[in-house]
Write a protein that binds this ligand. Sequence first.
Ligand SMILES: Nc1ncnc2c1ncn2[C@@H]1O[C@H](COP(=O)(O)OP(=O)(O)OP(=O)(O)O)[C@@H](O)[C@H]1O
Length: 337
Amino acid sequence: MANPSALLVQQARLALGGRPILQGIDVALPPGQVLALLGGSGCGKTTLLRAIAGLQPLDGGTVALAGRDVTALPTAQRGIGVVFQSYALFPNLSVADNIAFGLQARHAPAAQQQARVAELLQLIGLAEHATKRPGQLSGGQRQRVALARALAPHPSLLLLDEPFSALDESFRVPLRRSFRQLQRELGQSCVLVTHDRDEAFELADQVAVMFDGRIEQCSPPAELWQRPRTLRVAQFLGAFNPLDARSAPEPWRRDTGCWIAPITALQIASAHTPANAWRLDAQVRAAHPGRTHTCVELQTSGDQTLVLNLPPEATAPAPGERLSLALPAEALQWLAD
Ligand SMILES: Nc1ncnc2c1ncn2[C@@H]1O[C@H](COP(=O)(O)OP(=O)(O)OP(=O)(O)O)[C@@H](O)[C@H]1O
């Protein structure tokens, strides 16, 4: 028989204060993979994570970990590790004692505890900081200790709630990359809550995009980029230009829905534009120079908003300027309403 899912959530439902917060969530995570719960503020990501952890009872539905139904079990009996944004380390304990905490609570033999702590200190690259207190470490180092502490008892599932968001970008990006490497080496199954798209796409094998207590699409990152299933998902990803299919020219016109194309596919029309491209005019509203490209906001005559990325060295068009644009036919996907 194939290995059971590391996590299987079926029809999770929950209302809080009379409001539906989780509205029939299904999740299946294969062992060794990372699932990112991605969505805007208030969509229910943290509540779902808390329900998986056993910190929030569900009104309906089930949670199973490695084939074991844990719906009725308290957190301590679920075999999970949790890492929060705020590190939640014990300030008066050393780094080594913080990491050993979960092992002590399980009354693991002292020699086993020491060996596991030494192994984890090595893994997170903080062996020489074992006797320091959390207050003597940087934010990135503290979060590595929090990770080691959660990993120490070999959890079957690691839950991470915005684990890198309190860190500066200069710490955040290297830390999440080293975390991904560690996670792969250990084959550790994880669920990560984030509102950061880059983080979700870099860390996860599956990304579940949530709106209003529902998962609207759960796909591997590349598939989500290539085939967002709804306009809402495409807009949340922030990487597509939508165009109403009802007001589109032939052969693009449809009675319903819209076309989307990656922002990177929109070009200024030129002699090289293929004959079958969708040609359109738009007026420049604003141009925002950036490190990797200049982002040009445009308005079509049909009052639709588009974004055009130009190379940073290109001269930015002035507000009010009219541009002739083209979208290659193969970049366009139609989405129903
Ligand atoms: N104890 C509670 N009582 C009533 N409503 C709650 C409670 N906890 C959370 N909520 C509501 O549930 C909704 C989902 O909250 P949740 O924290 O899961 O969102 P989130 O997607 O993690 O958002 P954020 O990124 O802002 O943390 C929010 O509208 C929140 O106000």
